[in-house]
Design a protein around this ligand. Structure first.
Ligand SMILES: Nc1ncnc2c1ncn2[C@@H]1O[C@H](COP(=O)(O)OP(=O)(O)OP(=O)(O)O)[C@@H](O)[C@H]1O
Ligand SMILES: [Mg+2]
Length: 268
């Protein structure tokens, strides 16, 4: 059994004992080295004459949670596609875990604004879609992890938007991603559900230790979740700032958070 799988099992077993969980998992996280570093070296991406990303140099350390904000059409989704291997740079190179990305990356998972569940498969089969050995047990564990243990037999159509996104998150988690890319996954949710998803995602990210790039239009969300916020403007990084607020960040309404949000908004 790999150390990653072991870490995941411990997480599941320790659920409910938050203090012990935090202590053990902090150790697990560094020991398991789940996250992989991401690096952009002189990356440019054009579609025909349109240059969407221009000379992007970026280092994201293993396990970091980076939020990217920027105007519509600014190249955010394109950047994620380059990390996942769904698209290749026109110039330069992208590295994940020190390896150049030249095709789909098995260690990288993407979550989108819509959950993209298969409507003709029950929840459990959507989560265990890869049908690996013991897929059913693993899928049940992942569903429990996102608080949906009792919905395994349901069809996707009867779930709420937030529940569908949690199923999509569970589906990503079963493959033990080293990098999780989120393309506005909370954008379509109501404010209360979105806050719940922030707490859930934050906890899971801290437990698992994968590297995350979160695309969002919501500057408050970026400040609430991320270690670091980038503003992408005209295909370049217009701002790159650390968010050093303590976690958990219930106090997103704090003066410091408001100052950071205003600073970021000024650069978008
Ligand atoms: N496959 C493609 N072929 C041609 N042009 C593309 C392709 N993919 C993206 N583009 C163009 O690249 C630009 C950036 O698109 P991208 O989807 O990365 O923006 P975005 O920042 O994610 O925008 P939004 O916030 O609206 O999601 C747009 O002008 C878009 O039309
Ligand atoms: Mg986009």
């Amino acid at each position: 059994m790999s150390s990653t799988v072991l870490a995941f099992d411990r997480v599941t077993n320790l659920r409910g004992d938050r203090t012990a969980e935090a202590g053990v998992l902090a150790g697990e996280r560094s020991a398991a080295r789940v996250g992989e570093a991401i690096r952009f070296e002189g990356v440019r991406k054009s579609f025909g004459d349109r240059e969407v990303l221009r000379t992007l140099d970026l280092d994201i350390p293993a396990g970091q949670l980076v939020a990217i904000v920027g105007r519509s059409g600014g190249g955010k989704t394109t950047l994620l596609r380059l990390v996942s291997g769904l698209a290749l740079p026109s110039h330069g190179r992208v590295l994940v875990g020190g390896r150049e990305v030249n095709g789909l990356q098995p260690s990288v998972r993407l979550l989108f604004q819509d959950s993209r569940l298969l409507p003709w498969q029950r929840v459990i089969r959507n989560v265990g879609i890869q049908r690996r050995p013991n897929w059913r047990e693993t899928a049940e564990e992942a569903l429990a992890h996102v608080g949906l243990a009792d919905r395994a037999r349901d069809w996707p159509a009867v779930l709420s938007g937030g529940q569908k996104q949690r199923v999509a998150l569970a589906r990503a988690l079963v493959s033990h991603p080293r990098v999780l890319l989120l393309d506005e996954p909370f954008a379509a949710l109501d404010a209360l559900t979105r806050t719940e998803m922030h707490e859930l995602f934050s906890r899971i990210w801290q437990e698992h230790g994968f590297t995350t790039i979160l695309i969002t239009h919501d500057v408050a969300e970026a400040v609430a979740l991320a270690d670091r916020v980038l503003v992408l403007r005209d295909g370049q990084i217009a701002l790159d700032i650390p968010i050093d607020l303590p976690r958990p960040r219930q106090s997103v309404g704090s003066a410091e958070a408001a100052r950071l949000q205003a600073h970021i908004l000024g650069k978008v």
